[in-house]
Design a protein around this ligand. Structure first.
Ligand SMILES: [Zn+2]
Length: 259
C-alpha cells in the first residue's frame, strides 16, 4: 500500500476521467491520495473531492504563484476549510523565485500568514520551494518550532533548505524527479532520516520515467516508490510500508481511510 503525499487531483487535467484515474491508482496499490489546494478555488475543489470519497484527504492554502490573491477574505475562508476533518494540512504554500508569478515580498507575506495559520491551528504545512533557498531556510528556522510538521514537497533544494529542514525535523517528499536521468541528489534521498521520507507524484506534473512528458497520475507513485527503494537499497514493500506509516504520522488519522 502506498500514499501519494502530493497530488493536484482537482486540476482540470483530471476533469474528464477522474474516476478512471482513481481506479488505476487503487489497482496500483495506492491506498490514499493527499489532494493539494493551490488557490482558494483549488482548495474548495480539493475539500469537495475529499468529502466525497474515503481514501482522499485535502489541503487548503495558496501557492506562491498565486500569492497575490492572498487577502483577509481568502484567509478567513481557508481557515474555515482547515476546520474540516478531511483537511489535513495548510498548503501548498511557500516561495518560488524562479517563476516569480507573484512579487517576492507578496510571496513572503502570504507564506508567513499561512505558517501562522498552521501554527495557530496545529496543522502540518506543505511547502513549495524553488530558487528561494536563503529566505526559505530563514523562514523554516523562524517557524519550525511552532509547527507540528513541515513537508518539503518534491524536494530538490540546495544545502541551506536541506539543513534547515533537518533542523526542524521536516518530512522530505520525493517526486518523479528521482527517476529522471539528470537527477543528481541521490545523497539527499539516502540521507533522509528513515521516518521522514515521503513519496508523491505532484500529478498532473512531473510524471516519472517511463511516463515522463505525459500527464502524471497518482498510480505512478508506484514508479517513484520503486526508484526510491532501489536507491535506498531496500525492497519496494519495505519502502511502501515505511512511507505510508510516515504519511500517517505526518498528516494524521484521516490518512488511514483507503480508496
Ligand atoms: Zn504541487
Amino acid at each position: 500500500m502506498l500514499v501519494d503525499a502530493h497530488c493536484h487531483l482537482g486540476d482540470r487535467a483530471f476533469e474528464a476521467d477522474r474516476d478512471a484515474v482513481l481506479g488505476r491508482a487503487r489497482a496500483a496499490g495506492v491506498a490514499h491520495v493527499v489532494v493539494i489546494g493551490e488557490s482558494l478555488a483549488g482548495s474548495e475543489r480539493a475539500v469537495a473531492l475529499a468529502r466525497a470519497m474515503s481514501g482522499l484527504s485535502a489541503t487548503a492554502g495558496v501557492h506562491p504563484h498565486d500569492a497575490s490573491s492572498w487577502s483577509g477574505e481568502v484567509e478567513h475562508r481557508i481557515r474555515e476549510l482547515l476546520a474540516a476533518p478531511e483537511v489535513v494540512a495548510v498548503g501548498e504554500t511557500g516561495l518560488d523565485y524562479h517563476y516569480e508569478h507573484s512579487p517576492r515580498d507578496t510571496q513572503r507575506r502570504a507564506f508567513e500568514a499561512q505558517l501562522g495559520l498552521a501554527a495557530e491551528l496545529g496543522k502540518p504545512v506543505v511547502v513549495h520551494s524553488r530558487e528561494a533557498d536563503d529566505d526559505m531556510a530563514a523562514m523554516l528556522r523562524t517557524w519550525g518550532d511552532r509547527l507540528p510538521a513541515v513537508v518539503l514537497h518534491s524536494f530538490s533544494s540546495g544545502d541551506a533548505v536541506w539543513e534547515a529542514g533537518m533542523g526542524v525535523g521536516a518530512y522530505f517528499s520525493f517526486s518523479g524527479m528521482i527517476t529522471f536521468k539528470n537527477w543528481t541528489m541521490t545523497d539527499r534521498l539516502t540521507g533522509c532520516p528513515p521516518a521522514r521520507l515521503l513519496v508523491e507524484t505532484d500529478a498532473p506534473y512531473l510524471a516519472p520515467v517511463p511516463h515522463r512528458g505525459k500527464r502524471n497520475e497518482p498510480a505512478y507513485v508506484g514508479e517513484v516508490a520503486a526508484r526510491a527503494a532501489a536507491l535506498c537499497g531496500e525492497s519496494l514493500d519495505a519502502l511502501a510500508q515505511r512511507t505510508t506509516a510516515n504519511a500517517r504520522a505526518c498528516f494524521g488519522a484521516r490518512l488511514e481511510t483507503v480508496l
